[in-house]
Design a protein around this ligand. Structure first.
Ligand SMILES: *[C@@H]1O[C@H](CO)[C@@H](O)[C@H](O)[C@H]1NC(C)=O
Ligand SMILES: *[C@@H]1O[C@H](CO)[C@@H](O)[C@H](O)[C@H]1NC(C)=O
Ligand SMILES: *[C@@H]1O[C@H](CO)[C@@H](O)[C@H](O)[C@H]1NC(C)=O
Length: 796
């Protein structure tokens, strides 16, 4: 009888644990969130100009060339708010009319969106724009600090999309332009094109390209150090409808494809078409079973030795309406290359009447191998160019460009997983940390205007921070990285942000727990600073612990001074407390005990607490601490200490307040706090519960508490029954009977009492500043008594 039930419970438990693990891995909360107001970035935007989506970095000129809607700018790469020059590239009225007459929107579709910008040589750049659904290209020169449009309008079909909302990609390799886009007005004729003396394109067959969405392309110099005499390759990344799965009507998969740079097409078969076009599925499997994720952007981390180059790619879930999650996977160039040069092919077979299925091709392969670049082996058999390839090889590749194997990511799983707003673009920086190791740091743009800075430590996803770059929740359309600066473009503008800002980490704990490879705590200088790039620059004085997040070497911090706040009966009182980390748990203590969060008297929110309808019983010490767990250790930090002291609203006149330097509190009572005034983060409900009961409960609790404290102190020998009370007050601040402060309704402030209070405070602060759970006890009571009232009125 018990057994099946037990079994069921265990099974259910396992299921829950699994479900939870999957879910928690996707949750990946950034440790810090930097709001738009605090982002400290440099911005460029011009009134009336939109869609800053194309960027070209000209290191030689110190410029960021920026393509927007109907305008091109050159900006100072060190400070993009400085525009050096600008040219307009508008559609003609005639073109716009023509576009409108075809049913397109005059102001949205029938404009010129710059979508491609490449450097041809030192003085000339090549660019293409949608030009009111009539893609056009032109040359621009930069000289004497001025941009100049050459006005040699060239046909841009196949280089730039017609539709500004369609993705496309291109790369310039030795003056040859490789482009992937749609050839026609309807956007239904996808093509991967090379514009060169011998122009080549893809075959119009769904087995080659099936409603693709082109993402990225770049060249890899594979001819370097190639024992086989291999050729350079251009890799392209896109998503398309899968032909190889028959269970779904339309299943989108991600692909990587490649062509050889030296390809010249075939003689009879595949004339003026690629003879080396091969494609494979690109896998980025998430822990939960789901439809394949779809590729959105790629970043190529180039290495001097091409075999060490890595492609990073962003993916998003297929059904973004129900599941909004994204992933980042990385692929070794050699793994991709291996699938194409040694993998099996897929082939089409007809099953039953007209149904076709794609299965593994197990027959013999023609020689030379289909899709291979011309190498030494081919050359030795007299095949010097793709034009010399035998028909058998060409026919094979014409019908079977798809590989059987998929390309798997490095480590087999995503480096970053995130639910919530989708990720759109990424760049990756390699940083040498103080341990001498190089860590890849991912900067990933989101659909709502944030950039996420993330690292993966041996499989552990850690998001260092997220920064809101744009005021509106608009997608990041372009991201570039250049010499420790990040450039991001969106519909409304461009921003420039440094990759690290170490001095924003306020303490050693914050600096080390951030686990930011750029930053380390400099012990002598007592600040968080950038890790020096040269290996031996005094790294012994730096504390950094990236994989372990171990901050135990951090020096103990000086005890915190309490802040005094006045309590006006019947008021609502706000006490602020800013945690360093979104991952930390904030705890409030009142009079040495955890604040009763369930009490409707309090609202706890992310940066503080709100005490409603303050009464005398609310006077006392409030301590805000945070606990952050990192790799099995917990780090406790005191963030704020407040001494709340009663000031009777009736007795203390504004005049006295003014002399004391206390600003009048807003005289809103609990009921007077309108719905609209309630904080949006309102988490604990407050209703008009009988104040009387609250008072009674509070008093009862207080009495019990005090009795306990008294007994404990007697037991511990802190208080001798014969000891003088006054001295004892200073020594054990937590034993302060709260009642002493409950009825200080007299208008003259008892300076002696204030003094005592403050001496106590200093001592207590020592006790409150605990660290790694070890309490640093102030053994000697502090003799310095500061007579100080409210130090920071703005924080009330
Ligand atoms: C740069 O390229 C353009 C276009 O191909 C060409 O006309 C021009 O002569 C080249 N200039 C230099 C300095 O090579
Ligand atoms: C261009 O910017 C406008 C205004 O923000 C935006 O609504 C539109 O979607 C953008 N168009 C493209 C093609 O990105
Ligand atoms: C505030 O507390 C007092 C007693 O301390 C009580 O009489 C009063 O009704 C309370 N006000 C509200 C709005 O709860």
């Amino acid at each position: 009888m018990y057994c099946p039930l037990l079994f069921f419970i265990v099974l259910h438990g396992i299921f829950l644990v699994c479900a939870y693990n999957g879910w928690s891995s996707l949750k990946s909360i950034p440790r810090k969130t930097i709001q738009y107001e605090d982002n400290n970035v440099i911005t460029f935007k011009e009134e009336g100009v939109w869609n800053y989506s194309t960027m070209l970095i000209r290191e030689d000129l110190g410029l960021l060339v920026l393509g927007a809607r109907e305008a091109i700018y050159t900006l100072d790469i060190n400070d993009i708010s400085v525009a050096k020059s600008k040219v307009l590239w508008k559609v003609t009225e005639e073109k716009q009319k023509e576009c409108t007459s075809k049913g397109k929107h005059p102001d949205i579709d029938c404009r010129n969106y710059v979508r491609m910008l490449h450097q041809m040589n030192d003085s000339v750049m090549y660019m293409c724009g949608t030009n009111a659904f009539s893609p056009t290209c032109d040359y621009i020169t930069y000289g004497d600090g001025q941009l100049k449009l050459e006005g040699k309008q060239e046909d841009g079909r196949g280089k730039c999309p017609f539709d500004p909302f369609q993705r496309s990609s291109s790369v310039m390799v030795d003056q040859d332009l490789y482009s992937a886009t749609s050839l026609n007005f309807l956007g239904s004729e996808p093509v991967i094109l090379r514009t060169s003396p011998i122009s080549l394109r893809t075959v119009f067959k769904s087995s080659w390209l099936n409603e693709p969405n082109f993402i990225y392309m770049d060249v890899v110099p594979e001819s370097e150090d190639s024992p086989e005499g291999d050729d350079d390759k251009v890799y392209m990344f896109f998503s398309e409808n899968a032909v190889e799965y028959d269970f779904y009507n339309k299943l989108v998969v991600s692909r990587v494809a490649r062509v050889c740079k030296g390809d010249m097409g075939g003689q009879r078969t595949l004339q003026r078409k690629w003879t080396s076009f091969l494609k494979a599925r690109l896998d980025c499997s998430v822990p939960e079973p789901s439809l394949p994720y779809i590729i959105q952007d790629v970043f190529h981390v180039r290495h001097k030795k091409w075999r060490k180059s890595v492609f990073y790619a962003v993916f998003t879930s297929q059904s973004s309406s129900t599941d909004r999650s994204s992933a980042v996977c990385a692929y070794d160039v050699t793994d991709i290359s291996e699938v194409f040069s040694r993998g099996k092919f897929k082939t089409e077979v007809t099953v039953e009447m007209s149904d076709v299925k794609w299965v593994t091709y197990n027959g013999e392969l023609p020689v030379p191998r289909p899709g291979a670049c011309i190498n030494n082996a081919a050359r030795s058999s007299g095949i010097m160019r793709s034009l010399d390839l035998p028909d058998k090889t060409l026919q094979f590749i014409r019908d079977r460009p798809l590989m059987d194997d998929a390309v798997r990511p490095i480590t087999g799983k995503p480096l970053l997983l995130k639910s919530g707003p989708l990720l759109t673009r990424l760049v990756v920086d390699h940083v040498t940390a103080s341990d001498g190791q190089s860590y890849p740091v991912m900067f990933v743009g989101t659909e709502n205007g944030y950039v996420q800075k993330a690292v993966n430590y041996d499989g552990e996803i850690h998001i260092i921070k997220e920064v809101k770059l744009f005021q509106n929740a608009e997608p990041i359309d372009v991201l570039r990285l250049h010499q420790n600066q990040l450039y991001a473009g969106s519909a409304s503008g461009v921003v420039q942000m440094p990759v690290s800002n170490c001095n924003r980490y306020s303490s050693c704990l914050d600096c080390v727990l951030a686990r930011d490879p750029y930053c380390a705590w400099d012990v002598p200088a007592q600040r968080c600073s950038r890790v020096p790039t040269s290996p031996e620059d005094g790294k012994s004085n730096l504390i950094q612990s990236l994989k372990d997040g171990d901050a135990t070497r951090c020096p103990t911090i000086a005890p915190m001074e309490p802040k005094i706040r006045s309590l006006v009966l019947g008021n609502n009182i706000r006490l602020l407390c800013y945690p360093d980390s979104n991952l930390a748990q904030v705890n409030w203590n009142f009079a040495g005990k955890p604040l009763p969060y369930s009490d409707r008297k309090y609202t706890i929110y992310n940066v503080g607490i709100l005490i409603y309808n303050a009464s005398a019983a609310d006077a006392g010490r409030y301590t805000c601490t945070s606990v952050e767990w990192v790799k099995g250790r917990d780090y406790t930090q005191t963030l704020a200490i407040y001494d709340l002291r009663e000031q009777s609203a009736v007795v203390v006149t504004d005049k006295i307040k003014a002399t004391l330097g206390i600003l009048p509190e807003s005289h809103t009572t609990s009921s007077g706090l309108h719905k609209s005034e309630e904080p949006p983060w309102h988490s604990k409900t407050v209703s008009s519960e009988s104040k009387w009961i609250v008072m009674q409960v509070a008093l009862a609790m207080l009495s019990v508490m005090m009795a306990c404290l008294l007994i404990w102190n007697l037991y511990m020998g802190h208080i001798s029954p014969f000891m003088c009370c006054g001295r004892q007050l200073i020594k054990s601040p937590r034993n302060l009977p709260e009642r002493e402060y409950m009825h200080t309704g007299n208008d003259a402030v008892d300076s002696k009492q204030q003094m005592v209070r403050l001496c106590v405070t200093t001592n207590s602060a020592l006790e409150a500043t605990s660290f790694h759970g070890n309490t640093t006890k102030g053994d000697t009571p502090t003799d310095v008594c500061v007579f100080k009232y409210i130090t920071d009125e703005s924080e009330i």
